[in-house]
Design a protein around this ligand. Structure first.
Ligand code: KG4
Ligand code: ZN
Length: 346
């Protein structure tokens, strides 16, 4: 096993609806990144269908890995380990990446590394920084999760709070469906919200118990539904009859409610932990309005807090974050064996 000089890690990601592979050197030098998105396949269902996702991963996994190796311009022998996201996610999707990673690890006789997909999202925010100033917290907001962590190192984020129902990204996607916008909803809502008034409608901000770092977004989603269908829920959705301005106002007001909750919980977590740094990642972290609101929140803290946000292309699911975290596990000698299995939960 090569332990000196450049360490190249092949990362593999199939936890939801992106088949991805990447090669990253020494944890931060991206040599290749290939993402095959299945958005088109799931669009007509308005959400990810696990069986459809699994089949598409099976079709794509080999060409995606092959392309990642070719793009990196290195031979297989130069790959030091294979890192794979094996949790959390859709079990029948994860198994495709896990099986590919185990096969390559066995064939190449290179170590296998198991990666928590959410820890990888955190690493996407940390990977370009030499040393994250501690104490630090990490906010991960994606389609499946909304969580705050106490961050000590890439290897040991400790959960401080998480959603008790819907994730923020899920709320974006469901509200987009209510507003008859295409899937995935997050980017669409962000675009339309730019034309709307965020103060037009006062949607609820669920903060749960005082001091709680948990989240809840299902009430907000339901409030948007009630707004569009009337409170008895018997009437037909009025969205079809609404003007573009009205829809933009709903999108902007919904996004403002999400922002308020994320900002309040982040500030609370900073106060509780004395954090000097906030790491921010996950698909929803691609949202420009949320990025700038969190930046202002961090700037307003006394003393000011540093915000490290994942590059936009590494907010949504990708394998660079998997390979980057794989490097830290490689250095720590944290390897998996060929009995590695996918796990739906963390
Ligand atoms: O991290 P990710 O790719 O997958 C999971 O691990 O879940 O996150 C996908 C989620 C989707 O819900 C999508 O609508 C949301 O991220 N998303 C956004 C934006 N881009 C993606 N939400 C708000 N604004 C965006 N620009
Ligand atoms: Zn993700």
């Amino acid at each position: 096993m090569q332990t000196q000089g450049t360490i190249n890690i092949l990362g593999i990601e199939t936890s939801c609806d992106e088949t991805a592979a990447a090669i990253v050197a020494d944890g931060s030098v991206v040599k290749s990144s290939v993402v095959a998105s299945q958005t088109k396949l799931h669009e007509k269902y308005g959400g990810v269908v696990p069986e459809v996702a699994s089949r598409a991963h099976i079709e794509k996994i080999y060409p995606v890995i092959k392309e990642a190796i070719e793009q990196a311009g290195i031979s297989n022998e130069k790959i030091d380990a294979v890192a794979v996201a094996n949790r959390p996610g859709l079990a029948i999707a994860l198994i495709v990446g896990v099986t590919a990673a185990k096969t390559l690890s066995f064939a190449w006789q290179k170590p296998l590394i198991s990666i928590d997909h959410l820890h990888a999202h955190i690493q996407a925010a940390a990977m370009n920084t030499e040393k994250v100033e501690l104490p630090a917290i990490a906010l991960i907001v994606s389609g499946g999760h909304t969580s705050i962590y106490d961050y000590r190192s890439p290897l040991e984020p400790k959960i401080l709070g998480r959603t008790i129902d819907d994730a923020a990204g899920e709320a974006f996607d469901k509200v987009a469906t209510i507003l008859h916008l295409p899937y995935p909803g997050g980017p669409e809502i962000e675009k339309i919200a730019r034309q709307g008034n965020p103060k037009a409608i006062r949607f609820p901000r669920t903060l749960l118990d005082k001091g709680s770092l948990d989240f809840s977004f299902s009430g907000l989603k339901t409030a948007v539904l009630y707004y569009c269908r009337g409170h008895d829920m018997k009437s037909k959705s009025k969205v079809g009859e609404m003007s573009a301005e009205q829809i933009a106002d709903i999108a902007a007001s919904f996004q403002a409610a999400v922002i308020d909750v994320l900002v309040k919980k982040t500030k609370l977590a900073i106060e509780k932990t004395g954090a000097k740094t906030v790491l921010f990642g996950g698909g929803v972290a691609a949202n420009g309005a949320i990025r700038s609101a969190l930046q202002s929140a961090c700037d307003s803290m006394k003393p000011a807090c540093k915000l490290l946000v994942a590059e936009k292309r590494y907010c949504t699911d990708n394998a660079v974050m998997v390979a980057s975290l794989g490097y830290h596990k490689f250095k720590a000698g944290l390897f998996a064996d060929l009995l590695l299995e996918p796990k739906a939960s963390s």
